[in-house]
Design a protein around this ligand. Structure first.
Ligand SMILES: [Mg+2]
Length: 176
């Protein structure tokens, strides 16, 4: 179990993660954070681009699964329904328990799994603790002072990401 707050890879948006990139790093099971990764807070409908991206990844052989900390009634179910993916809600990231439960539910393996999310202190930590590849994306929207402040606290670790050279296929490699 790693308590590192440094993500393995970083992308500007979840829709920048391609199936070819995931296959290159040996990942076939991609878990996804919901809030500010797939949809902004306050919206239960993912953007059309996100819906198309999910279809493209599926066509590329990647299995998708939502692992959300959201407790808003119906929210995770609605987004998962639109994207036609399985989900775990109230996952309590940075606990690795929800990530491990998702892998088990999907019949996956940690070494072939990744979690993409917008927050270092929940998503990246949960992924690293569960022993899956951590992928950091930028939040869709920093709609209030609290979110902006938290984003500021993550800056050192995001900066560590930016210093690494770019691999051949998309994304900036941060670790390994
Ligand atoms: Mg989030």
């Amino acid at each position: 179990m790693s308590f590192s707050p440094v993500p393995a890879y970083s992308f500007d948006a979840v829709t920048d993660i391609r199936s070819a990139f995931l296959r290159d790093i040996g990942v076939t099971f991609l878990m996804l954070d919901l809030d500010n990764t797939l949809a902004p807070y306050g919206s239960d409908v993912p953007d059309e681009r996100v819906v198309r991206w999910a279809d493209t990844l599926r066509a590329g052989g990647i299995r998708l699964f939502i692992v959300s900390n959201s407790r808003r009634p119906g929210r995770t179910e609605r987004v998962a329904g639109v994207l036609r993916v399985d989900y775990i809600k109230n996952a309590r990231k940075p606990s690795p328990a929800g990530v491990i439960a998702a892998i088990r539910k999907a019949g996956g393996a940690p070494e072939r799994s990744a979690l993409a999310g917008d927050q270092i202190y929940t998503d990246t930590l949960a992924a690293n603790r569960a022993g899956v590849t951590s992928i950091l994306v930028r939040p869709i929207r920093l709609g209030n002072a609290f979110l902006a402040a938290r984003y500021g606290l993550e800056a050192p670790f995001r900066a560590m990401a930016a210093r690494r050279p770019a691999p051949a296929r998309g994304g900036r490699e941060i670790r390994r």
